[in-house]
Design a protein around this ligand. Structure first.
Ligand code: GLV
Ligand code: GLV
Length: 326
């Protein structure tokens, strides 16, 4: 490398572990000091002349942004496993490498999916409010009755790393029966978890709990809409820790209002950070603010992995976790 240092722009404060690695590698790493999603005009200005961008899922990375950076831009390392904020075609056309952070967040997201499942089934947020508000006047046989998980049927939509990690918890910890839907079958998974493959309608019809783990691509937008919700059991719960637009949120609010399904656990929303009208008033919906990977351990590991991808690519080596168009 010449005395000219490679420049890296990090679009928002992330755990220090990643920034340290970039600096140790001899790069000039600058981190946005703005406490929020950088407004578009500022982002376009800040990326000018950089060799690498460490982006967040809240930053749109498209042709305009890539051209604003300039032809020296070599890599965009997304601080997320999902890359729906990035236009992969625009990046390919400019020879820009895209990386994500798979693997390191699998357990954290699977744990949150499980937490949502249990919270919805046992009405934990609702019970917590009830207790805090002084409504608990003594034990009662019919108070806050919920639903059990053990031996129930769990339907996994999208069998990647996270979907498999949810299945593992369900099968070993709760003796649930696993069914799954994906674009392809996985016989090894079927054997390991005595799981059965289903088409989407079959899964919707049979599952007591449904957990979504597909990426957001044009084909998965509104994968679950009015018609799909109609097929679900009245006693079933829908859990989403993937991306909001996979579910038609207005249709879900309607189904919950009419008690056409028992409940939902949502970590992601169709128009984040906005919620569809009526959603926040439904006690049968458990809502978290897109915190699937939000543990100290995982967020540090994501920062390191994103930094390592940048280090490899700027040193002319292959990235650790490149993203290819599905
Ligand atoms: C978070 O939503 C991620 O894609 O990592
Ligand atoms: C993400 O890591 C997935 O494959 O589910």
């Amino acid at each position: 490398m010449s005395d000219q240092k490679f420049k890296v722009f990090v679009t928002r404060k992330i755990p220090d572990t990643g920034i340290k690695l970039l600096k140790q590698a001899g790069f000039q790493a600058s981190v946005s000091s703005f406490d929020g999603v950088l407004p578009r005009p500022d982002l376009l200005k800040k990326v000018k002349g950089v060799d690498a961008i460490l982006s967040l899922l809240t930053d749109k990375m498209d042709a305009e942004l890539m051209d604003a950076a300039g032809p020296q831009l070599k890599i965009i390392a997304n601080y997320a496993v999902g890359t729906d904020n990035i236009n992969l075609d625009d990046a390919a056309a400019r020879n820009i490498t895209i990386t994500n952070t798979p693997g390191v967040l699998t357990e954290a997201v699977a744990e949150l999916a499980f937490a949502l499942m249990m919270s919805a089934a046992r009405r934990i947020p609702e019970s917590d409010q009830f207790t805090r508000k002084g409504k608990y006047k003594g034990w009662a046989p019919m108070m806050m009755l919920g639903s059990e998980l053990h031996h129930k049927i769990l339907g996994i939509i999208g069998l990647g790393r996270i979907g498999s990690a949810v299945a593992e918890r369900a099968f070993f910890g709760f003796k649930m029966k696993i069914i799954y839907y994906d674009v392809k079958r996985n016989e090894e998974f079927e054997q390991k978890f005595q799981a059965e493959y289903r088409g989407l309608p079959g899964l919707l019809r049979d599952a007591d709990f449904i957990s979504i783990h597909v990426p957001l691509i044009p084909e998965t937008k509104h994968l679950i809409g009015k018609n799909e919700l109609k097929i679900m059991k009245k006693t079933a719960y829908l859990i989403n820790t993937s991306r909001g637009p996979i579910i038609d949120e207005a249709a879900l609010v309607d189904a919950l209002k009419k008690k056409r399904i028992a409940g939902a656990g949502l970590d992601v929303y169709e128009n984040e950070p906005k919620l569809s009208p009526g959603l926040k008033d439904l006690p049968s919906a458990v809502l978290t603010p897109h915190t699937g990977s939000a543990t100290i351990e995982t967020r540090s590991a994501m920062a390191e992995l994103a930094a390592k991808n940048i280090i490899e690519v700027l040193n002319g080596r292959a990235p650790l976790t490149p993203v290819k168009k599905p």
